[in-house]
Design a protein around this ligand. Structure first.
Ligand code: CAA
Length: 258
């Protein structure tokens, strides 16, 4: 396994767990952590023994945003050349499901990272926000787009223009997170959900994730066309034969990922 300085990586059965590990900076996302996060995600994505991933921080913070100290003195050209934000594009290419297990601060780039995952499990102490306006900038890693799609224009405008922070319960009400659980169990809940998904038919999970995400990127007609070809394509898999045969025979299916 790689030698990382800003993340901790573990496996829990068929689940890859990545812990953001810069507690001294509330897990602020600097160039190194984004690079290491991508390396770990790509490595799990290519590992046949892994079916899903969880990204978490610690109890105090999932991540308090991009690293302000790293970029405070940067020029526009330096920001462009460094292009830390391209790390978020690479997360979009991960084919296996990623669950964010969020506790405490989930701000700016941290919230953008959580929203780049496929699902979010929040602890009761989680707080979601896009405070870039306080720094004289706007979200740069998808915040204005993913947040608006998740919570709608009204709430997104308040968060982006006036630093409205959503406590976990409000984030749930507005559809930003999947569920809210006690602080003591948020990571276990996320791992449990990831384990359940990791035990499902791998090809169907892969195409299901891609098809749902396509809904955010395409016109309805294009999304429907992609969904339909994926659905038909899955009939060339052994897992489809096994899954439907098992239903008919009233038994549990055994998935091959083929
Ligand atoms: N970047 C760098 N360091 C950060 C940081 C960040 N985003 N957030 C917190 N830290 C550091 C603090 O500077 C502090 O370090 P020192 O002990 O060396 O001073 C340490 O983490 C602990 O933070 P605080 O003492 O501030 O903790 P607190 O409990 O008093 O406050 C907080 C918590 C409200 C989250 C506060 O830290 C805060 O406002 N952080 C900044 C949040 C923010 O503005 N995020 C957006 C960043 S821009 C962005 O993300 C752009 C994008 O879209 C990509």
């Amino acid at each position: 396994m790689e030698d990382y300085s800003t993340i901790l990586v573990e496996t829990h059965q068929r689940v890859g767990l990545i812990r953001l590990n810069r507690p001294e900076a509330l897990n602020a996302l600097n160039a190194t952590i984004l690079k290491e996060l991508n390396t770990a995600l790509q490595s799990f994505d290519g590992d046949e023994g892994i079916g899903a991933m969880v990204i978490t921080g610690d109890e105090r913070a999932f991540a308090a945003g991009a690293d302000i100290k790293e970029m405070a003195d940067s020029s526009a050209v330096e920001m462009l050349q460094r292009d830390n934000i391209s790390a978020f594009d690479r997360i979009m290419e991960i084919t296996k499901p990623i669950i964010a297990a969020v506790s405490g601060w989930c701000l700016g780039g941290g919230n953008e990272l959580a929203m780049s995952c496929d699902m979010i499990i929040a602890s009761e102490s989680a707080k979601f926000g896009q405070p870039e306006i306080n720094l004289g900038v706007i979200p740069g890693a998808g915040g204005t787009q993913r947040l608006t799609r998740a919570v709608g224009k009204a709430v997104a405008m308040e968060m982006v223009l006036n630093n409205r922070t959503l406590p976990a319960r409000e984030a749930l009400e507005h559809g930003l997170v999947n569920r809210v659980v006690p602080v003591e169990t948020y990571l276990e809940e996320a791992l449990k959900l990831a384990r359940e998904i990791a035990d499902r038919a791998p090809l169907a999970v892969r195409f299901g994730k891609a098809a749902v995400n396509r809904a955010f990127e395409s016109a309805l007609r294009d999304g429907l066309a992609e969904e339909r070809s994926a659905f038909y394509f899955l009939f060339s898999s052994q897992d489809q034969k096994e899954g439907m045969q098992a239903f008919v025979e009233k038994r549990k299916p055994t998935w091959q990922g083929k």
